[in-house]
Design a protein around this ligand. Sequence first.
Ligand code: MSP
Length: 533
Amino acid sequence: MNRENLKEKKFALTTPLYYVNDLPHIGSAYTTMAADVVARLKRLMGYSVLLVTGTDEHGQKIERSAAIKGLEPQEFCDQIVPNFISLWKILNIDYDSFSRTSAARHEIIVKEFFQRVWETGDIYLGQQKGWYCVSCEEFKEERELLENNRCPIHPTKEVEWRDEENYFFRLSKYQEKLLALYAEKPDFIQPESRRNEVLNFVKQGLQDFSISRVNLDLGIRVPQNPKHTLYVWFDALLAYITALLEPDAEPTLTNALSKWYPINLHLIGKDILRFHAVYWPAMLMSGNLPLPHQVFGHGFLTKDGQKMGKSSGNTLDPVALVERYGADAVRYYFLKEIEFGKDGDFNEVRFINVLNADLANDLGNLLNRTLNMVKKYCDSNMPSVTSQDIPDTNPLKAIGLSLGEKVQYAYETLAFNQACESTLALVQASNKYIDDQAPWSLYKQGQQRTVEEVLYVVLESVRLAAYLLSPITPGISSEIYSQLGLAIDFNDQVKTAIAAPYDTHAQWGLLSSEQKLGTPQPVFKRLDPIKND
Ligand code: MSP
C-alpha cells in the first residue's frame, strides 16, 4: 500500500462525554473499553485513528452537585476530571483527544455553530412548560413518568415543573429528512433494535426542543441574549467537534472540521440514543454539515441481575475491579460476556469462572504446556516446520486460515463477544488436538517429525489467538508474543501497526523456525474462586 492510501485510511470515534457530577462508574468504563478496542483494531489495520473521550461539565446537574460540596463548579469539575483520566490509564485506554466542555476553545466553536443555525432561522423564542428531570437533563412527557412524578430512569428523583422562556430548535422541520436518512443509511443507527426504537419515535412526530435555560449559570451564554444559557446537550454534542481540533489550532469550525470530520462512530448507551440519533443529526443538517456515519447504542450493565445504581447501593467501582484483577481481565469479561447492544450482567463468581476458564486454562495453559513440550522434545528450539508443510486440512490450520477475516468482521460490527468466541474456538480446538495427537506418545515412538509438526501447529494457533485478542487483552497478548520469541508490545500501537500489521499477523502461518522461544511462564494467574455463602 502506498503512503497516499495510508493517509486516506482515517477513523474517528467517540465515547460519550461523561458528566462529572460524580466519580466514573463501570457504565462509563464499559463504553470506553469498547471504543478503545475498536480504535486498537483499526490501528492494527493501518488506519490513523482519533479516539475522542472527555467530560461534560455544564448544566444543572453539575451545578447542583458542586453546590452540595460547597465548591465553585469549575473547582468541582477540576477535582473529578482526574479520576476519569486515571481510570483510563489503569484500564489501558489509549485515547487521542480529551474534550472538556469547560474549555475556552469549545465555547468559541459552540458560538460559531449556534450562529450558523440561527442564520438558517431554526431557532426561535418560545415558552417551555413541562416536567424536567435534572438527572437526565431532559424534559419528560407526562405519559413517560412513573407514579409521584418520578423519572423512569431515575426513579428516586422527582421531576421538576418548568414554565419559562426558552429558545427552541425547530426539530419538527427535520422529521422527513431524518426518516430519509434512516432509510438511505440503514447502518446509521445500530443495533437493529435501537434503530427501530428511533424510527418509531420519529414517525410519531417530532416536537421542537428547547435549547436554552434561564435559571442556569453553568453553561455557555446565548450570544443573542445572555440572560439565557445554552441547554447542556446542545453544547455537549458540539464538543465532539471541538475535540477534532489540533491542540494548537485556532478554534474555528473550519479548522475543527478539516481533518477528522465526519466522525465515523459514536458509541453511546441506550439512554442517550435520542440525543445522538435524532437531535444531533438534525442540528448538523441545520448547520449544513455532513453527518456521522454511525451511532451505536449499547445496553445497560446490571449487577447480580439488578440494575446498577447509587440508590440501589449496588454500583461497581471500576477502579477497585481493575486494581484487584487487572485491566486485561476486566476488559475481557465485559466484552466477551455481554453481547454489545444488549443488557448484561456482572457477577463476581461468573467473572472469576470465565477468566479462569478462558484465559488461565484454555489459553494460558495451552501455551505453557506446549512450550514445555518444545523444551522436552525439541531441545527448546522452535520446530523446524513451516506453514507450507502443514496440509490445509489440518483441523487447526483449517480454522486459522479464515479466522483473521472472521474476527475482523466481528470487531468491525462491534460483535466483541463473537470476536472472542471465534478466537477461543481455535484455542479449544488446539487443546483437543494436542490431547488427540498425544505428542508424548509420538515422541516415545520416535516420530520426531510429527511431534514437531503438532507443536508448530499449536504454537501458531496460540500466536494467532493472542494477536486476534490483542485489542482486548494487550497485556496478555504481548506476554504470549514474547514467550514465542516475538518482541511486540501491543501497547505501543504506533510501532505495532508497523511491525505487526493485521494484514500479516492476522494470517495463519507466521511463526518460523528462526524464532527463539522464551521461558514458559503463566500468562494469566488463576484467580481464587469466591465462595457463595
Ligand atoms: N453527558 C452525557 C453525554 C453527553 S455526550 C455529548 C451523559 N453522561 S453520563 O455520564 O450520564 O453517561 C454516560 C454514559 O454512561 C451513557 O452512554 C450511559 O448510557 C452510560 N451508562 C450509565 N449507566 C450505565 C450502566 N449501568 N450500564 C452501561 N452504561 C451506562 O449522558
